[in-house]
Design a protein around this ligand. Structure first.
Ligand SMILES: *Cc1c(COP(=O)(O)O)cnc(C)c1O
Length: 407
């Protein structure tokens, strides 16, 4: 499972990306041609264990047969209508997702960033029309280290320089406070605050878990101060952390869920904002939309995904295997690993700088047939498909041990 190291340019040529593809990513040196379950195969036929799952968009693995069947059946009937007309799939998807979230309205979009943008618009409209905030005065409290997507409004309230630098001017109306500090949220709220928008666990930041009691405190503060609690569960939700939502780990119910990634079953982009009608009902016809949002193909896929989550089977797997993963990773602390943070089948692993950077470890793992992603220098992130087996986790950890020992 080892191959000679190819330089970035050679890999770009093999992938056919050297001529015309913009360089907004620096992919790891592997060119994937096929996928099935937790495994992918490169153009030369070598197999790799996919421990990234497209940042949790592949929670059910590559080409899950039940999701492929739903998509294939729908591909033969109807793919796109636009919302200018009704289609016969969207209502059933919305009902199923509302049930899963125990809310009563669903607004479908495509990408995660669009769900976040929609959540911001809903919160502002709610502030003006329900709470009575003066026109254009609304603010939203966010957390340091956040990742909510790549649009200009969203990167404007990021504190990651590489996401922001060169892309201003940015939209006003956001206040950022330290993640995990509920008192700081309370202090940032004023009479014009529409919402608190946070990831219950910060994924891109390196799988950062807030201190115990934080989410409950945020819930209580939002209730007391008359502010919406918007949980960006785009990466943390839909089974990743051993529950349907990361908020469930603390028994907390936000006012608004932002969902994406795994909702599209690893097949297509599908996102949604889910809330009760006293909030989401503020949006009237003509005020917001998307050409592809709620298309029948996405709805068929999304309904199947929700059906699969409704059994609880994937959440149970994630919880049980997450404990297994956690034990294996904890055993590495002090031996090439300085810290691990695990929630279900989701882990941030801080690499001892003496053993290499996160990127170097990720590159060495590629050569051992394991795909992970580095973040913020010294951290690698893993988020295997929830269909992974315990033995596959053990094998991956063995490979990690080996690359930590290598120079
Ligand atoms: C990935 C992600 C987004 C953005 O989703 P896209 O589909 O890439 O636009 C937003 N929020 C969180 C927490 C994410 O992980």
């Amino acid at each position: 499972m080892t191959s000679p190291t190819l330089d970035t340019q050679t890999i770009r040529i093999i992938a056919g990306e050297d001529a015309h593809l913009a360089r907004n990513y620096s992919p790891l040196p592997v060119v994937i041609a096929r996928g099935e379950g937790v495994w992918v195969t490169d153009v030369e036929g070598k197999r790799y264990l996919d421990l990234l799952s497209a940042y949790s968009a592949l929670n059910f693995g590559h080409l899950h047969p039940a999701i492929v069947a739903a998509a294939t059946e729908q591909l033969g009937r109807l793919t796109l209508t636009s919302r200018a007309f009704h289609n016969d799939r969207l209502g059933a998807f919305a009902s199923a997702l509302a049930d899963l979230c125990k809310k009563d309205l669903v607004l479908p979009m495509n990408t995660g960033a669009e769900a976040v943008e929609t959540g911001i618009k809903v919160a502002r409209a709610w502030a003006y029309r329900v709470k009575g905030v003066k026109t254009d005065a609304a603010n939203i409290v966010v957390a340091h280290g956040n990742f909510h997507g790549r649009t200009t409004t969203i990167v404007g309230f990021s504190d990651d320089e590489s996401a922001r630098d060169g892309f201003g001017p940015f939209a006003p109306g956001f206040r950022s406070v330290p993640f995990g500090d509920a008192a700081a949220i309370d202090a940032a709220i004023d009479e014009n605050t529409a919402a608190v928008l946070i990831e219950p666990i910060q994924g891109e930041a390196g799988v950062i878990l807030p201190p115990k009691g934080y989410l409950q405190a945020v819930r209580d503060i939002c209730t007391d101060r008359g502010v919406l609690f918007i949980a960006d569960e785009i990466q943390s939700g839909l089974g990743r952390v051993g529950e349907t939502f990361a908020c469930d780990r603390d028994g907390v119910v936000p006012d608004v869920y932002l969902l994406g990634k795994a909702l599209g079953g690893g097949i297509m982009p599908l996102s949604a904002v889910v809330a009760n009608s006293d909030i989401l009902g503020v949006i009237k016809p003509g005020e917001h939309g998307s050409t592809f949002g709620g298309n029948p193909l996405a709805a068929a896929v999304g309904e199947r995904v929700v059906e699969m989550l409704a059994t609880g089977e994937f959440q149970d797997r994630s919880r049980a295997l997450g404990e297994h993963l956690s034990e294996r990773l904890e055993a590495l602390v002090g031996d090439g690993v300085t810290a691990v943070r695990v929630a279900g089948l989701w882990a941030g692993i801080d690499i001892d700088p003496a053993r290499g950077t996160g990127r170097e470890i990720a590159e060495r793992l590629v050569h051992r047939g394991v795909l992970v992603k580095d973040t913020h220098g010294q951290t690698i992130r893993i988020a295997p498909p929830l269909v992974i087996r315990g033995t596959e986790i053990d094998w991956a950890i063995e490979q990690l041990k080996l690359v930590l020992e290598a120079e």
